[in-house]
Ligand binder design. Structure first.
Ligand SMILES: NC(=O)c1ccc[n+]([C@@H]2O[C@H](COP(=O)([O-])OP(=O)(O)OC[C@H]3O[C@@H](n4cnc5c(N)ncnc54)[C@H](OP(=O)(O)O)[C@@H]3O)[C@@H](O)[C@H]2O)c1
Length: 306
């Protein structure tokens, strides 16, 4: 492993209290980086006690409060920018963060985006397109970590698998499309490898990685395969039924989801049928130097939770 040069050099992780951010911090430590080289930049320092116990520095960084961002990014040799999940606010928030990174003279940005962002038809990808372009325009050395769809989202995190298992039917509008899903844990391991400089260290790392784009996906699965695997492991009948995008959004609202969220989820499912969540890239496995977690393992974990 190569590490940033010198004891004072810092890797700063934003949104570090989130599920991905916490895993990245844990991975950096697992991969041998001293806690003193890590700063967790968080919206609410009072919710970061668990991170502080790891010995990492806690810095206040709220994307909506630009005055917090420059001090939070000060001295960052590598800055991992993980956007918030606030649809419609992500680009203005990222613009604040990228401007602050320039002002703080950060040596290199790694930005977590979505797989296939430039060509994606997904509505949620629009703000990533804007943010990627803004990173490029900033002039800072950058790396894009284009994360695949979290496998956990397809295996029950959105809360509808219990209902599906009870009814025997899982709905969506993904058609025969395939998702190159990846777990947060694998994506965090990949991010840590990039931040630690699989290619080099210090300025050499920044130069070698400038403009690198990683398309990070695991072994692809269809929604039919998700249903079949749940059925196989649970011993209960479950099939996938494809709906039109309108029908699926309607079904989600009748399950109690707010209209806007239902429409976004339906759009995300439709994007599967368009191939937006599929990649043939093996960047993820190359970075983590092992196979990505297979769908069956993620489902087994999910079924243990029920
Ligand atoms: N690839 C995919 O399939 C996929 C799916 C969903 C989302 N995403 C994206 O990936 C990101 C990370 O995923 P995740 O699972 O870790 O999400 P998460 O657990 O919901 O974490 C979101 C993080 O954003 C932080 N945040 C919210 N508003 C902020 C603000 N104004 N300033 C600074 N930080 C703020 C939250 O801080 P608090 O702890 O203070 O709330 C939290 O740390 C998401 O935010 C979203 O952009 C990707």
């Amino acid at each position: 492993m190569s590490t940033p040069n010198g004891p004072d050099q810092k890797i700063v992780i934003t949104a570090a209290t989130g599920r991905l951010g916490r895993l990245v911090v844990a991975e950096l430590l697992n991969q041998g980086l001293p806690a003193g080289n890590i700063a967790a930049a968080v919206r609410s320092p009072q919710t970061a006690a668990g991170l502080a116990e790891l010995g990492v520095e806690i810095r206040h960084a709220d994307y909506t409060e630009p005055q917090t961002l420059v001090p939070a990014f000060a001295g960052a040799d590598r800055l991992l920018l993980i956007p918030s999940a606030e649809y419609g606010q992500r680009f203005p928030q990222m613009k604040n963060a990228i401007d602050a990174a320039v002002e703080a003279s950060v040596s290199q940005i790694a930005y977590t985006s979505f797989v296939n962002t430039p060509v994606s038809t997904l509505r949620l990808a629009d703000e990533h397109k804007q943010a990627e372009a803004y990173v490029v325009r900033s002039g800072l050395p950058f790396t894009f970590l284009r994360n695949g769809g979290y496998t956990e989202l397809y295996t029950g995190e959105l809360g509808d698998i219990g209902r599906a298992l009870d009814s025997g039917v899982m709905y969506g509008c993904a058609g025969e499309g395939r998702v190159s899903g990846a777990t947060r844990a694998d994506l965090a391991a990949a991010a840590a490898r990039v931040l630690l400089g699989a290619v080099g260290s210090g300025q050499a790392h920044a130069a070698a990685n400038n403009g690198r784009v990683y398309e990070l996906g695991g072994a692809a699965f269809s929604l039919h395969e998700v249903a079949a695997e749940f059925s196989r492991q649970s011993g209960r009948p479950l099939r996938y039924q494809d709906l039109s995008v309108g029908e699926y959004a309607e079904a989600l609202t009748t399950q109690g989801l707010p209209r806007e969220f239902a429409d976004l989820l339906a759009d995300t499912s439709l994007a599967v049928s368009n191939g937006d969540w599929f990649t043939t890239s093996n960047d993820l496995e190359q970075l983590i130097e092992r196979p990505a977690a297979p769908l069956a393992d993620v489902i087994a974990t999910q079924l243990r939770v029920f």
